[in-house]
Design a binder for this molecule. Sequence first.
Ligand code: 6PG
Length: 474
Amino acid sequence: MPEAGGIMAQQARIGIYGLGTMGSALALNMAELGIPVAVANREADWLPAFMNEAGDLAAQLQPHETLEAFVGGLALPRVILFMIPSDAPMDAMIEAVLPLLAPGDTIIDGGNADFHATRRRSADLAARDIHFVGMGISGGEAGARHGPSMMVGGSAHSWIQLEPILTAIAARHEGDPCVAHLGPDGAGHFVKTVHNGIEYADMQVIAEIYGLMRYGLVRSPVEIGARFERWNEGPLRSYLVEITGKALGYVDPVTGHPAVDVIKDAAGQKGTGRWTVIEAVALGQSASMIDAAVAARSWSSEKSTRVAAEAVLGGDRSLLDLDDDALERAFLAARIICHAQGFRILKAASEEYDWALDLARIAEIWRAGCIIRSALLDDIGAALRDNLPGGQLILAPAMAAELGRCIPALRWVVAAAVAGGHAAPALGAAIAWFDTMRQGRGTTDIIQAQRDFFGHHGYARLGMAGVHHGPWWD
Ligand code: 6PG
């Protein structure tokens, strides 16, 4: 295959290495907008098929069989987007490409990376005057092809190179591109991790509401799908509700049964939900709904244990007396709470790592393109823009009013689920966190007493400064 990118060809503005699902969709997105893109792949024999599939867009794509030719085909300073696994392959790729780069060049990791690795790579490469950008990209294949939401970390220098390209390819919410430079080093990947944590919680809430309708109200998948589709026209409007509605309507072509009924109930997970929980805890935060969602996926994968336990412990679930309006409001309350938890983690990380994250902008770039896009994010963006004291979403007047309307339903739904033997871990976590946070005086006075009793840990006393002890000891 002829090499492109030589002196005759227009130098590519960006190179994409890694032509898997996301990498090839991003390359086609850029090509469609007239951006010359150099492309390469570890297995060079993928290139002809990719170029063929590109059709007319191939004119903007410059395939290279070797890393040297790929790097050589890029305009200076170079910008290279790696769409490869973000762990060991990313480190190996950095080692391989580094000798070919010049000071001022930018390497981007567009995968779901652990932000600690991104911070380490940024620092290592900064010492060689190479810029490293951790960029979260959300929206799956369709988003990458037609408009993703992108959460960009890294230096101001890299952002100057990237902004025109990313602004062109991003999803748009009422004309506003869903991309932003959020902060240095790991900021972009951290924000993407929390996005995924919220995604896990929202998906789990949907699964719980589906389960209550399926087993508590004894509705068919098609009926439940129709309900989700109706909800998608109201305050629950979101990509995840939309695809849930559609998925529930599908029939398995092999058996003729509803498609969901032939899917093993064991959820996969690649790690971003778990990372969100780990980082939340490390930051002294709670992400109890995300934790519940991660746990529910882990428990789900213990299929054989659950089957054995059903035989020993009984798997009965009662019929429920719940109406759709209560389920809708419970869902909305839980969705507000999982976003509130997610934004608290972002705020804590911003303070810890000195990122100065613009929380309102983050909500705004999640309004289109990404997996958690929803009508609620529009309201959250507005609430955060409104100079919210302490950045606590539950205190924003609009959110507090919506919670006031929806919490009684969440309480009722969780109570009914628990009484009827239906597992609802994320909904339960939501109401527990809400009830904890709305009480000015809680119950940890006794925990402080216990700690002091057995360990002389001391406690703060109301109305008196200093650390206090006793009176437990003789
Ligand atoms: C996105 C998705 C995407 C991917 C998740 C799935 O924003 O486009 O979050 O990044 O689908 O990584 O993660 P799990 O496999 O862990 O569910």
